[in-house]
Design a protein around this ligand. Structure first.
Ligand code: BES
Ligand code: MN
Ligand code: ZN
Length: 493
């Protein structure tokens, strides 16, 4: 299923006989262990290269030595930087190694000054960076493709290194799934197909339930169905359940909710043509929730968690909803649809209410590529965080900092509600240009029934327009690592 993950093998620290050797160095470190051994075996090539290039082992900096001798195709030196290494700095160092080794057949990594847990973080970073979505490239030249399928971790203790990497592998699996979903074009990944891909997650032990138009009509999901009605593609709501709390099996679940607009044309309030192709990733919130649920199941997280995603396609057509239409949401509140392009909040309104009524969650967090305005406000560095609960907001901010999937808390206040007052219905779906991301969050809050809730506007985060240390340009997989960390820190055991 999906994109294959880089294999990780483990071996006792010894000089490899061929292929690439990647060595992670701290500034000013005196060569020891494998670094010293490799330097000797190559007649001092490493110390010479360090001096000629004035390599200072700054964080993420690399130095490539081609054909250094001793049978090796290359030695890659990667700097760890002078600061005390953190999980994310080590992951980034591992990711920085990838471009140098991608086209090797054999590669091994070693970091004599680091612990086995720390080298696992490095291997995890390299794994995340190795992702590539190439299923539609049929005529790519062989020498343009990465060839490395397995990375060997050289370690003093194979068992403990493997154990440290195991949960990280589960997380990487989740990130890869999210990236696969977000990368797929909308002619391939429409709501029913997305739901089928979720169904496959039953093999991980998730319980997966799929609601179609019949069930949704019966339940009264008028806001979600209003968005879907312009499309030939039927709507779906998918509920993925992970019951991992064991002895605490009666514990209320944590609930994650995702916007899954598999394509957003804007509907009758149609978007301009330029850049509209980006709207294939308007299901990014649902993609993150799905990847997260896969990760939690794959690492057997000790938590009861539920992921619910609302899947629709927003199209203009003779059956599409019109500006000015009034729909009745699952909560019973009526909504005047002023702009059919503000569709994400309509989808989330019904799913949020359903999550509370049906599952009585401890907390709920929704993720959505909800507003262009959040990109104007925060760019592509921070997701917007909105919450009715300071404790939950603080937890998310900490998990974001720990994983370098950053969030910035935005204000909420009833004063903004004036902007979404309707002349004809209980609320309208747009609040004008000022504070566009905040009025969207205020709208969502109407469908939150007193539960601790947070909303992450990830419009600026779901897609990368350039390579980073942990991903190639394209689908980022943003949020899986952040929310997995949140669960691990605050909601397990
Ligand atoms: N999916 C878009 C938001 C978006 C824009 C995501 C750019 C990623 C990149 C959302 O459905 C939308 O169209 N929002 C409108 C809201 C407006 C009509 C109030 C927007 O942001 O312009
Ligand atoms: Mn839209
Ligand atoms: Zn949208």
């Amino acid at each position: 299923m999906g994109t294959c993950m880089l294999d990780i093998a483990f071996a006792k620290a010894a000089l490899p006989k061929n292929g690439a050797l990647v060595l992670f160095l701290a500034p000013g470190e005196t060569p020891s262990g494998l670094v010293e051994a490799a330097d000797k075996a190559t007649g001092g090539a490493i110390t010479r290269a360090i001096s000629i290039a004035d390599f200072k082992a700054e964080h993420g900096k690399s130095l490539n030595l081609l054909a250094p001798g001793a049978g090796l195709s290359r030695i890659v030196l990667i700097g760890l930087g002078k600061d005390v290494p953190t999980q994310t700095s080590l992951e980034e160092a591992g990711g920085a190694a990838w471009p140098s080794i991608a086209k090797e057949n054999t590669a091994a990594i070693a970091a004599p000054t680091l612990s086995n847990e720390q080298i696992a973080f490095i291997a995890h970073g390299a794994t995340l960076r190795s992702y590539r979505f190439d299923r539609y490239r049929t005529d790519e030249k062989a020498d343009a493709k990465p060839t490395l399928t397995k990375l060997t971790v050289l370690t003093t203790d194979i068992a403990s290194t493997r154990a440290a990497l195991a949960p990280l592998r589960a997380i990487a699996e989740g990130v890869f799934l999210t990236r696969d979903l977000v990368s797929e074009p909308a002619n391939v990944l429409y709501p029913a197909e997305f739901a089928e891909r979720c169904r496959k997650l039953t093999t991980l032990g998730l319980k997966v339930e799929i609601l179609g138009p019949k069930e949704l009509t019966k339940l009264g999901f008028g806001a979600l169905l209003g968005v879907a009605q312009g499309s030939e593609r039927e709507a779906r709501v998918v509920i993925m359940q992970w019951n991992g709390a064991g002895a605490r099996s009666k514990e209320k679940p944590v609930c994650f909710i995702g916007k899954g607009v598999t394509f957003d044309t804007g509907g009758i309030s149609i978007k301009p043509a330029a850049g509209m192709e980006d709207m294939k990733w308007d299901m990014g919130g649902a993609g993150t929730v799905t990847g997260l649920m896969a990760a939690l199941a794959a690492r057997k997280a000790k938590v009861n968690a539920i992921g619910i995603i609302g899947l629709v396609e927003n199209m203009p057509s003779g059956t599409a909803q019109r500006p000015g239409d009034v729909v009745t949401s699952y909560s019973g509140q009526t909504i005047e649809v002023i702009n059919t392009d503000a569709e994400g909040r309509l989808v989330l309104a019904d799913v949020l209410w359903y999550a509370q009524q049906k599952y009585d969650p401890r907390i709920m967090i929704d993720l959505a590529t909800l507003t262009g305005a959040i990109i104007i406000g925060l760019g592509h560095e921070y997701a917007g965080l909105f919450s009715n609960d300071d404790t939950l907001a603080e937890q998310i901010a900490k998990a974001g900092a720990a994983t370098n999937e950053k969030v910035w808390r935005m204000p909420m206040h009833p004063a903004y509600d004036r902007q979404i007052r309707s002349d004809i219905a209980d609320v309208k779906n747009v609040g004008g240009r000022p504070a566009g991301s905040i009025t969207a969050a205020q709208f969502l809050q109407r469908f939150v029934n007193g539960k601790p809730w947070a909303h992450l506007d990830i419009a600026g985060m779901a897609w990368l327009t350039h390579d980073t240390s942990l991903a190639e340009k394209g689908a980022a997989g943003y949020g899986v690592r952040l929310l997995d960390r949140l669960v691990a820190e605050y909601y397990e055991g």
